[in-house]
Ligand binder design. Structure first.
Ligand code: SAH
Length: 190
């Protein structure tokens, strides 16, 4: 059951992203900051959030690191997973054509500061943190459960400064003012 919820989250992620990914391919990129480090971080994220837990569920390879199942933890995992999908959908909806999987500036890129972006600068990364938390709550295993959170932490800390620097170079004082009135991940907190 809990593993099924985890798998449904992956399907939800793919369904929400699919149309934006297709559209992004047709939009010209004017500044491309995709470094080798960026590519490695994206690969690691997929490994931690999809490959390691998927492999464990299919083969039981990490069973030696199992943690006792708790229905309460699994229920919280469901809540976190739903939160992830809602926030991920809202981020894509508001970023619209300005989104890219990596650090890029698109032709006619606009600084989005409406909707969820009026409160926080990185709602999509907040959603990824929720995804990682839900994986740990739904898959009680020190390796297959925690691999998601570890890879999200690596992506977030490996990228957030570079992303904000890229945005600052593109939008200058407008971005500084936007940073002044917003938080990174959680409104009024962080
Ligand atoms: N960090 C954001 C966006 C992730 S997608 C979030 O977590 O919601 C990454 C791309 O989005 C970056 O390459 C950048 O081009 C674009 N981007 C990030 N913040 C943006 C904003 N406020 N307005 C427009 N584009 C933004």
């Amino acid at each position: 059951m809990a593993a099924g919820i985890w798998a449904a989250g992956i399907v939800g992620w793919l369904i929400i992203r699919w149309p934006y990914r297709r559209r992004a391919r047709r939009i010209e990129t004017v500044t491309d900051n995709r470094s080798q480090k960026e590519k490695a971080l994206l690969g690691l994220t997929i490994i931690g959030l999809v490959v390691i837990p998927g492999l464990h569920l299919a083969t039981g390879v990490f069973s030696f690191a199992n943690i006792p199942f708790s229905p309460f933890a699994a229920s919280l995992g469901l809540v976190a997973m739903v939160g992830f999908l809602i926030l991920f959908h809202l981020s894509h909806k508001h970023l619209a054509r300005n989104w890219s999987v990596s650090l890029e500036i698109r032709k006619d890129h606009e600084l989005v500061d409406t909707g969820i972006y009026s409160k926080i600068r990185h709602p999509m990364y907040t959603s990824f943190w929720l995804w990682g938390i839900s994986q740990f709550l739904l898959l009680p295993n020190w390796i297959a459960g925690l691999s998601g959170l570890i890879s999200v932490a690596m992506l977030y800390y490996g990228r957030v400064e570079a992303e904000e620097e890229m945005m600052r170079q593109q939008f200058g004082a407008e971005y500084d003012a936007y940073c002044e009135r917003t938080y990174r991940l959680l409104p009024k907190i962080f």
